[in-house]
Write a protein that binds this ligand. Structure first.
Ligand code: GAL
Length: 716
């Protein structure tokens, strides 16, 4: 593979295209799931279609793992079964999101070419037996995969039921890292393009540390196994993550371009994994290379279920730059891959789907249509469970189909998520960098901190937008930089300009520490933002439980509690007001140290939060500040209805006037909300019948949701 194929560049952005309805059908919020008919005898297919119609399913994703059925040998091709399924679906008005069928190679291929199998960090072969056992840098695998793409595109180019391409599946889910020779060569080429000279690589990787200085590119090796308890060069490791994302992206682009050349009229996507902590690839970069963004989201069990879902979906909406996106996978109930696979509670199947729609999804799909009877996913829930049609899950699936139909008729499809006043910035590079094992504490993370802020803002009645660092966060009234550990000079300058011109920024501990090569900004932390924040930190004070008799937490004088991390703010600028201080034993050196500060910088203000406070502590600390900074409410009709108990989200129709307000109960008790428009859909809500078509009060039960339409002018 040449450097041309795995270049560290961002490429030309593609034009947004969303799959269009089948001929004779109206635009609708697409509804369906992954469909694996090859796991079932043909008579089941007819029953599937009967049930799909009953549930108002409009689309299915087909052939994701069908390589072995479509190409059973090097020179044999069998499309007959797939043709038959697509014809049956199409006749029933069900569209097909067709996979490239390249996600998992057939056994004959790995037998014939074992050199396509990835290697792990110790150089051992990653064997077949599951899926995705291929290396993106293998020229051999590329040849076979592109041949499959070409055959699929040729065969289905005129098929009217195929509305989009689903290229591969969750790139990098099981093959993000590969340490093979192919990968090593591609990594060297990638470094040549990125850095030009080996000295530039040395500078970036800080190789004078531990005698790692290289004199030629062939001394570059991937971050292979270095023995237990040793520490990899952090910048090399960070670059290997960037390279791995680029290597998979180059492979995706080759598949995409092959399909596209033959079927230029069919939009295409590949499903991301912005879900929990599994943000594997640089999806904000990838999002520029798909026609429409699609995501797979699996719920986080427990108290963060709804908040995490909304946070992840908001981030996907941010990656899609507020254009409607596709929820490709989620579960109707339990998954099969956690230690304990909790089922969803009553109402959550519907609530979760409506929450994705609220956050900008114009397609709601599941993994998978019919629950497998065999294989590693037989205990994973699906739209048609083992119990069959006579089940609560299937009844909910039908109710959801009905509800999505109503939202579509009302014009929700094509509307966009209203812009919040507050942006929470997400930076994938910071997340990658902080995964390193040699940091002040392993509790320092870039996924939980933004989520804590998102939750805290919800607790204050504000539904924030989660915006990738490359996005337009500087167009918001306020911006949160939560543990944005890496800040390039250019991004630091963006923050500076934004605040100088009147913006309000919340910066947390662990932000602006290093540049994009993970070299520390010197002179006191946060080196990149000392002037903006008006604070100077000489040392960090991670918290743990190694001091007998001392709690691993420290109180602030505003009632919040710090855990895991405290910045020792040693001085503040004259423009900086201290809003809260630590109350600690004298011998800790923390007593009276500033914990939260507010700095006037140019026309704007910067709040600095120097400790990990958790969502409750953040909410407690920022609630008075939001009012003081004029950020107490979100622009929207939901303004006064939103409180800590309710998550309120608005989508705005293309006319800019009609607004669709989604209100969700965030608690485990009943909550009353005011409906100020026409109710379109509700679930686990009482009095909704009385409120149908009317304004009035609706009581949301746990997992309850009400969605209404209004033309009222939003309050500011
Ligand atoms: C996804 C994958 C699906 C299915 C699902 C189960 O990662 O794309 O094929 O395995 O997880 O949750």
């Amino acid at each position: 593979m040449t450097s041309k194929n795995v270049a560290p560049t961002e490429g030309t952005e593609r034009t947004y295209r969303f799959p269009r309805p089948l001929a004779g059908h109206q635009p609708t919020i697409w509804y369906g799931g992954d469909y694996n008919p090859e796991q079932w005898p043909e008579e089941v297919w007819d029953d599937d279609i009967r049930l799909m119609r009953k549930a108002k399913v409009s689309v299915v994703s087909l052939a994701i793992f069908s390589w072995a059925r479509i190409q059973p040998g090097p020179d044999t091709w069998d499309f007959a079964w797939l043709d038959k399924v697509i014809a049956k679906l199409g006749a029933a008005g069900i569209a097909v999101d067709l996979a490239s069928a390249t996600a998992s190679p057939a056994p004959w291929l790995t037998n014939l070419h074992p050199e396509i199998l990835p290697r792990d960090a110790r150089g051992d072969v990653v064997w077949p037996g599951a899926r995705q056992h291929w290396r993106p840098t293998s020229p051999v695998f590329r040849t076979y995969a592109l041949e499959m793409c070409r055959r699929m595109a040729e065969h289905y180019k005129d098929n009217p039921y195929v509305v989009s391409w689903h290229v591969s599946n969750e790139y990098g889910c099981h093959n993000f890292f590969d340490y093979s020779d192919d990968a090593q060569n591609a990594f060297r080429d990638w470094a040549k393009v990125k850095y030009g000279t080996i000295d530039a690589v040395n500078d970036a990787w800080g190789t004078d540390f531990w005698a790692q200085r290289m004199t030629s590119f062939d001394q570059i090796i991937p971050p292979k196994f270095i023995g237990e308890g040793n520490f990899m060069n952090p910048t090399k490791l960070l670059d290997y993550k960037r390279f791995s994302s680029d290597a998979l992206k180059a492979f995706y682009e080759a598949e995409r371009d092959t399909l596209q050349e033959i079927t230029p009229d069919k939009p295409l996507t590949t499903n991301f994994m912005v879900s929990g902590e599994s943000v594997v690839l640089d999806y904000d970069d990838w999002a520029r290379q798909v026609d429409f963004v699609s995501n797979d989201h699996y719920f986080t069990p427990g108290t963060r279920h709804l908040d995490e879902l909304a946070y992840a979906s908001s981030l996907v909406d941010g990656m899609s730059r507020k254009k409607p996106w596709w929820l490709m996978e989620q579960s109707t109930s339990a998954v099969n891959w956690r230690t304990v696979n909790y089922r969803k509670r009553p109402g959550e199947l519907l609530r979760d789907s409506y929450a994705h729609v609220a956050m900008g999804a114009d397609a709601v799909c599941y993994f998978q249509w019919r629950q497998s009877a065999a294989g590693a996913e037989k205990f994973h829930s699906s739209m048609v469970p083992h119990a069959g049609e006579d089940s609560q899950v299937f009844r909910d699936v039908c109710e959801l189909g009905e509800g999505l139909g109503k939202l579509s008729e009302a014009g929700v499809v094509g509307s966009t998520l209203a812009k919040s006043r507050v942006a929470v910035v997400f930076d994938g590079d910071s997340k990658w960098a902080l995964e390193h094992t040699a940091t002040p504490t392993q509790a320092l993370q870039s996924w939980t901190e933004p989520l804590d802020w998102f939750t805290a803002l919800l607790d204050c009645g504000v539904t924030a937008d989660v915006v990738p660092i490359r996005g337009e966060w500087d167009s918001y009234d306020a911006v949160v930089l939560p543990t944005v550990y890496l800040l390039s000079a250019a991004n630091a300058e963006r923050v500076r300009t934004y605040v100088r011109n009147g913006g309000k920024v919340f910066v947390t501990y662990g932000s602006g520490i290093s540049n994009e090569a993970d070299h520390i900004w010197l002179g006191g932390y946060p080196g990149a933002l000392r002037d903006v924040t008006g604070v100077r930190i000489e040392e960090f004070n991670p918290l743990g439980d190694d001091f007998p008799g001392v709690d691993a937490k420290v109180k602030l004088d505003n009632g919040a509690v710090a855990r895991d991390w405290i910045d020792v703010i040693s001085s503040t600028a004259s423009t900086c007001e201290v809003l809260a201080r630590y109350k600690a034993d004298e011998d800790t050196g923390l007593n009276d140290v500033p914990a939260i500060t507010l700095n006037q910088f140019g026309q704007g203000q910067a709040v600095y939060v120097g400790a990990k406070l958790g969502s409750k502590g953040i909410a407690k600390s920022i609630a008075p500040l939001l009012a003081r900074l004029g950020l107490a409410s979100r622009a929207g009709v939901d303004t006064d209805a939103a409180g800590a108990d309710v998550m309120s989200v608005t989508r705005v129709a293309a006319d800019g006037k009609t607004r669709f307000v989604f209100q969700f109960n965030r608690t485990r008790h009943n909550v009353a909300v005011q409906v100020r428009g026409t109710v379109l859909v509700s679930s686990h809500a009482v009095n909704a019948a009385g409120a149908a078509g009317e304004s009035g009060e609706v009581t949301l039960q746990p997992a309850g949701v009400v969605i209404y339409e209004t033309d009222a002018v939003p309050e500011k």
